[in-house]
Design a protein around this ligand. Structure first.
Ligand SMILES: Cc1ncc(COP(=O)(O)O)c(C=O)c1O
Length: 445
């Protein structure tokens, strides 16, 4: 594939969905949200995309597509080494998003969001980051389009992944460990729980608060929202063509799941064949067992953040106060699944599985040894699920074409690999009591 094969439009699955996702609600009035309600928070273009239920194709601005050319199209790789190691009749393919300049898929949306802000005369942007991948991507995108950026980084990752912090600072961003004393939301949490190591929900509250209180400043988000899913569809659109060139069509498409952006990116273009043509294809989201919103969450209106600043989103959630265990896949420690994916799951158009931490690192190590790429701990959830599928194919003695998204590399996550190799990582269980407690807290929202 060449530059000319980079898609010229993103795919908006909502236009094709028979059951549209339910509308977000204003947290004060509980009224369905209008596009204008989002303007204080996001750029107007992103707000429009967020609410767009009619246009299946949305043109990628030339300036963004030019930037995509730096690393897109990304390779589609047949994982011969992994197939051999598993001795499976399955054909395993992966889309390698780790080749972006900052090492993950997050740049696909970061560039689009920064571009729209610049177009609209915004000077400052804020965001949160879990593992630091989104923050790193946005730092680069902000610099590329001449914006000032403040990043709230989940405290546990700030300490576990100091080099991601340095990367963001190298690109010129200001990085603050969250919870921090710089916002009302952060101060409240720190007063109630002085040792709290942070979560994406808390970091979002802080970033939103700063954006709302700073002139000419917008907030940007690396996942969960519909417009972010939209920007990531370049992944699946390219993969669709590449699979065709390989003379194959996937039986199953797999991605890891934090707030859903890389999952949506690879799977929505394939799901459109299922929705529009009834194509027989399975789509699987792989989430950590310690943060199981899709497999054990409740469908409910809930906040996207801890302090309750964001609109109420109709989604599978563990409750916005859910504090996930400190697993090393920091980017998957988020309580909710977003409106589109939640509707797709409700409608039985996709599946979800959970994976324990040790299984993910076992899969990551096998993948590294057989394919020569160290995967991000987040992406390892997709690899572990692909391996399960390949083993099942072997058991059944039948071929199966598996496509998964390698959302990022793990070269800055080696501290986690060190712990795994030393036998110091463990699995985490979430009790039903803990989940029930969190569900209680959102039942009246
Ligand atoms: C490499 C990588 N993969 C996946 C994710 C999860 O995010 P999402 O579900 O939006 O793809 C992250 C989040 O930080 C990430 O860094």
């Amino acid at each position: 594939m060449e530059e000319k094969d980079i898609p010229t439009a993103w795919y908006n699955i909502v236009a094709d969905m028979k059951e549209k996702p339910m509308r977000m609600r204003n947290p004060q009035t509980k009224e369905p949200l209008k596009e204008e309600d989002l303007y204080p928070l996001f750029s107007k273009a992103a707000s429009h995309q967020e609410m767009n239920e009619t246009d299946a194709w949305i043109e990628i601005p030339d300036e963004v597509r030019e930037m995509y050319k730096v690393w897109r199209p990304t390779p589609l790789v047949r994982a011969y080494g992994l197939e051999k190691a598993l001795d499976t009749p399955a054909h395993i393919y992966f889309k390698n998003e780790s080749v972006s300049p900052i090492g993950s898929h997050k740049l696909n949306s970061a560039l689009a969001q920064a571009y729209y802000c610049k177009q609209e005369g915004v000077t400052n942007i804020t965001t949160e980051t879990g593992a630091g991948q989104w923050g790193a991507a946005l730092s680069y995108a902000a610099k590329a389009f001449g914006l000032e950026l403040a990043v709230y980084m989940v405290k546990v990752s700030y300490h576990q992944k100091p080099y991601r912090r340095s990367i963001m600072q190298t690109f010129g961003a200001q990085v603050i460990a969250s919870p921090s004393m710089s916002t009302k939301a952060g101060r409240k949490i720190l007063t109630d729980h002085p040792n709290y190591q942070g979560s994406l929900g808390t970091a979002i509250s802080e970033a939103v608060e700063l954006a709302m209180n700073t002139p000419n400043c917008k907030y940007t988000l690396g996942s969960v929202m519909n417009h972010v899913m939209l920007h990531q569809t370049v992944i699946g659109l390219e993969a669709e063509k590449q699979m065709e060139m390989a003379g194959e069509y996937p039986d199953v498409v797999i991605a890891c799941f934090g707030g859903g952006s890389n999952f949506s990116g690879i799977s929505f273009p394939f799901l459109r064949h299922k929705i529009n043509e009834g194509k027989d294809i399975r789509v699987i989201a792989a989430e950590p067992a310690s943060c199981p919103k899709l497999t054990r969450g409740e469908f409910h209106y809930d906040y996207g953040d801890e302090a309750g600043y964001t609109p109420l989103i109709p989604m599978f959630t563990l409750g916005h106060n859910f504090a996930p265990a400190n697993i090393h896949a920091g980017g998957l420690r988020y309580h909710g699944a977003g409106a589109i994916v939640s509707q797709l799951l409700k409608d039985g158009l996709m599946e979800a599985v959970d994976v324990q931490q040790l299984e993910t690192f076992q899969a990551a190590t096998l993948f590294a040894q057989s394919e020569g790429i160290i995967p991000a701990p987040e992406s390892a959830h997709a690899i572990a699920t692909a391996i399960r599928e390949a083993k099942q194919a072997k058991l059944e003695g039948k071929p199966r074409t598996i496509l998964f998204n390698l959302s990022g590399h793990g070269l800055i996550d080696m501290a986690a690999y060190d712990l795994y190799l030393a036998g110091d990582l463990r699995n985490y269980e979430v009790s039903n009591e803990e989940l029930q407690k969190n569900f209680e807290e959102i039942k009246d929202l």
